[in-house]
Design a protein around this ligand. Structure first.
Ligand SMILES: Nc1ncnc2c1ncn2[C@@H]1O[C@H](COP(=O)(O)OP(=O)(O)O)[C@@H](O)[C@H]1O
Ligand SMILES: [Mg+2]
Length: 240
């Protein structure tokens, strides 16, 4: 049995006077990794913000577990953890202090053992955990931000350009983590401009071009979505 966890239904969103998303529809099933792929300014971040209830659709609906985000934000809020494009953690605090601080702001209590377990899962080096984050590499900062999202223990994760600026080793670690989370039942919606990265992890890819969905791709028989096919579609649309 599959169940739809995240759904855009003829979603149209404007920022200022300009429509930024036009009549987009997609469905994400439980335990799926869904990637919304598109170039700069395509409307990727806008779509995530709409699902978080931070932007209002002009028409259509953003649905989470079948409930309209706009009508029922209270029931949706606890279901989604969000990794923003530029995650802001405090450089003068350690990873432990950052997660404790942000979890307490959200009214969430987690034990040190829970935090250690999640830091282990994201492979944040043991010896770095109590150092100020100003000494961290981009990859280590991203691991801490992902750990913070995981510590919220929500069934859905929204990730905005999660691998941008990471080196290939960090990207491989991230891909493994996402794959394992999805296998354990977490539903993952990520937005990215990285064709290769999307094909590495996503069960479904929707291609977004200037606010309109122009293609969709699905992994078949447990295989990966073909990078060349998606790249060709992305590039073709970009010059059209
Ligand atoms: N705060 C804002 N106010 C008005 N327009 C915005 C704002 N943020 C983004 N936009 C516009 O919305 C469009 C989509 O932006 P965005 O969703 O951030 O794209 P992406 O994440 O795909 O790069 C762009 O044309 C951008 O200029
Ligand atoms: Mg963006």
């Amino acid at each position: 049995m599959t169940r739809t966890v995240v759904e855009a239904r003829n979603l149209t969103v404007s920022r200022g006077q300009t429509p930024v998303l036009s009549d987009i529809s997609f469905e994400v099933q439980e335990g799926e990794v869904f990637a919304l792929l598109g170039g700069n300014g395509a409307g990727k971040s806008t779509s995530l913000l709409t699902f978080l209830g931070l932007l209002e659709p002009t028409s259509g609906e953003a649905l989470v577990f079948g409930k309209s985000v706009q009508n029922d934000i209270a029931s949706v809020r606890g279901k989604i953890a969000y990794l923003p494009e530029a995650a802001t953690l405090y450089p003068h605090l350690s990873a432990y202090e950052n997660v404790d601080y942000f979890l307490s702001l959200a009214g969430i209590g987690r034990s040190r053992a829970d935090v250690e377990e999640v830091f282990d899962r994201v492979s944040l080096q043991q010896e770095a955990r109590d150092q100020h984050m100003e000494r961290y590499s981009k990859g280590m900062r991203q691991k801490t931000a992902i750990a913070l999202a995981l510590l919220r223990e929500t069934p859905i994760l929204f990730l905005d350009e999660p691998t941008s600026g990471l080196d290939p080793v960090a990207i491989d670690e991230f891909n493994r983590l996402v794959t394992n989370l999805a296998k354990a039942g977490t539903t993952i919606v990520m937005v990215t401009h990285d064709v290769y990265g999307a094909c590495q992890v996503a069960h479904k890819i929707a291609l977004l071009r200037r606010g309109t969905l122009v293609g969709s791709f699905e992994a078949k028989n447990g295989e990966r979505i073909d990078t060349e096919t998606v790249h060709a579609a992305f590039a073709e649309r970009a010059v059209a």
